[in-house]
Design a protein around this ligand. Structure first.
Ligand SMILES: [Zn+2]
Length: 304
């Protein structure tokens, strides 16, 4: 029985990785319904978290209403895959190209907001999985943007070659490096575990005469099987994320920051719903609880 449990865990390990380039959830067996954790009154399982993040296949490629989040930061992604535009007087920064087939969706969202796609000068990424960075080569072709990536994610990015295109990496970044354009500075924080070079970006944005700390969180979702190296990485990531200054929490999937609920509250003259310091550690709370629950299950299964 225990052997079977271990076997099924290891089989699931390869399936639970964030949806890879060209694959849809339908082609992968879904992650398990256990363990279940309850955080702030809501129950989560590995399966419910992945379903929440990805939605249906169509949600991953359908435009979500592009909108201003705070200051010079805008949402230009699909219904479930985030893509953020940061607008400066010297050109713009894009975080996350998502799937290659989404490039026209992002281009349209940028245009719908009244900005030029060709003004994207720098392309950054959240982490080296296809649903977030597969489109880097195409968007670089379309805009001429410089692609910058965290060193620890470079090997995984270089293995990502949609249609045989080499993955561009114009500048290799390290933990704590700053990326500056037109008066906006983003800081790259290494928050590993989900991928080796998973990057949480922070910046500040001005709105209504105030300055807000904005955090573009990387995925903290653990794999089905947690290795000793993963333990070290995730422990570092949870600690780092919890210590970052944050008034506005964003994530590589809208569900990680309740985008739909917040977007529904956007109203002229009303307080900005995205400014929500209380939600800044919600995703870390969920994933850290899940991480410990998976580890406990693994330890239980390994007992003779
Ligand atoms: Zn991922």
């Amino acid at each position: 029985m225990k052997t079977m449990f271990r076997l099924s865990l290891s089989l699931l390990g390869s399936a639970i990785l964030c949806a890879q380039a060209g694959q849809s959830l339908a082609q992968n067996p879904p992650p398990p319904e256990h363990p279940a954790v309850t955080v702030r009154g809501q129950v989560y399982t590995p399966r419910s978290i992945l379903a929440r993040n990805m939605g249906a296949p169509a949600d991953q490629t359908t435009q979500f209403t592009p909108h201003k989040i705070v200051g010079n930061i805008y949402y230009v992604g699909t219904k479930t895959l985030s893509s953020f535009l940061i607008v400066t007087p010297q050109g713009n920064i894009l975080i996350d190209s998502t799937y290659e087939r989404n490039a026209p969706v992002i281009e349209k969202s940028v245009a719908d907001l009244g900005f030029k796609f060709a003004d994207i000068k720098i392309l950054l990424g959240n982490h080296a999985h296809g649903d977030h960075q597969e489109g880097d080569a195409l968007i670089k072709q379309m805009t001429g943007a410089q692609v910058m990536a965290m060193a620890e994610d470079v090997p995984a990015l270089q293995a990502m070659k949609p249609g045989g295109k080499e993955h561009p990496v114009d500048k290799v970044l390290h933990d704590g490096d700053q990326v500056t354009l037109g008066g906006t500075t983003l800081v790259a924080h290494l928050t590993p575990g989900h991928t080796r070079g998973c990057t949480t970006w922070t910046t500040t944005a001005q709105e209504g005469g105030k300055t807000y700390n904005v955090m573009f969180g990387c995925s903290l979702r653990p794999p089905a099987v947690i290795s000793p190296a993963n333990v070290e990485e995730f422990t570092r990531a949870f600690k780092t994320v919890r210590a970052l200054p944050c008034d506005v929490q964003l994530g590589d999937h809208g569900a990680q920051y309740n985008m739909l609920e917040k977007f529904a509250k956007l109203k002229e003259g009303a307080p900005n719903p995205f400014i929500d310091p209380a939600s800044c550690t919600l995703e870390a709370d969920v994933e850290e609880a899940m991480f410990h629950a998976i580890l406990a299950e693994q330890q239980q299964a390994a007992k003779p």
